[in-house]
Design a binder for this molecule. Sequence first.
Ligand SMILES: NC(=O)c1ccc[n+]([C@@H]2O[C@H](COP(=O)([O-])OP(=O)(O)OC[C@H]3O[C@@H](n4cnc5c(N)ncnc54)[C@H](OP(=O)(O)O)[C@@H]3O)[C@@H](O)[C@H]2O)c1
Length: 341
Amino acid sequence: MIAARLVRFGDPPGFALEHVDDPVPGPGEVVVALRTAALNRRDWWIWTDPDSCTLPVTMGSDGAGVVSAVGQEVDGVAVGDEVVVDATLGWGEREDEPGEAFDILGVPLDGTFAEQVVVPATNVAPRPARLTWEEAAALSLAGLTAWRAVVTCAGARPGATVLVTGAGSGVSTFAVQIAVALGARVFVTTSTDAKLARALELGATAGCSYRDPAWPERIVELAGGELDAAVDSYGGPSWAGALRTLRRGGTLVSFGDTGGTRATVEVADVYWQWRRVLGTTMGSPREYRALLAHVETASWRPVVDSVYPLAEIAAAARRLDDPERFGKIVLSLDTPPRPPS
Ligand SMILES: NC(=O)c1ccc[n+]([C@@H]2O[C@H](COP(=O)([O-])OP(=O)(O)OC[C@H]3O[C@@H](n4cnc5c(N)ncnc54)[C@H](OP(=O)(O)O)[C@@H]3O)[C@@H](O)[C@H]2O)c1
């Protein structure tokens, strides 16, 4: 098969289409012939960090396709099934944390930027019937992260107020829509009026620019009072402001640090306000199934910013940092990729 392999670290990174061996399913595993895959910020962290892995490597955590081979001891999955891939490996039985075997598909294990991927059979699920192949690929990693952040951690419910920072991010486009679907009133920060307009189309009530130093006060004003929860992945520079948007007893949910790894906060803004800070990453198999069940009946759709053929992965990688991007970048395998002869 052909894989779009990372061959040079950097920003921009170097990719090459290469022939690699077809994956063979071991016991309990299946091979998925991919129709679509999707990029995540995780991929950027990998291709910009020379210490992240050895090269060449097949990245990619998200994918949707058709099961093409099934290993021994696999029940409930058959060749020909149309599936989405859950990138969370080895979560285990607990809900509050994964077990020691936790990992994410796509480095160190070969991922979805290829014609085929091998995964545990428990990591595939029927493709939600109402989603396109592109939307299906966009769903899994970002949708699951958003589901756990918004539902499990922020407790979104009818009447609750939730802040989502950086509304244009891949995960945030899910967080906004999931919280709205559960009946919450959602407020956002973002970079431009155009992105704010898109967030309002997704169901957000109101929002403002995160470039305004007084954004926390502006959010509280827009919401008519302090909020129940803030869902943030910008990290260090965001925490102090996000805490200030919260009511007493409110919850700051953190799942990323795009903007910086260190935060300076007033400790009393936590304990003297009875607030909680909850960290979360990915989600359990039960949460993934709950997300898929929700998607079957929900009216929202994953926000696909753009679709590139696998052979144009370098252009897709550039688009990740385009300030106009809103939502997810998808790779299509509908046109068979051809390496240079
Ligand atoms: N823990 C997990 O399981 C998990 C899962 C997925 C992602 N993550 C992490 O979460 C972060 C977001 O991931 P992603 O894939 O959604 O990223 P992404 O699509 O690359 O989004 C980056 C976003 O950062 C926002 N941003 C820029 N400056 C900001 C500021 N000053 N305040 C608030 N937001 C700002 C921008 O929002 P606008 O477009 O609105 O300007 C931009 O869209 C990354 O750090 C990623 O590694 C963690």
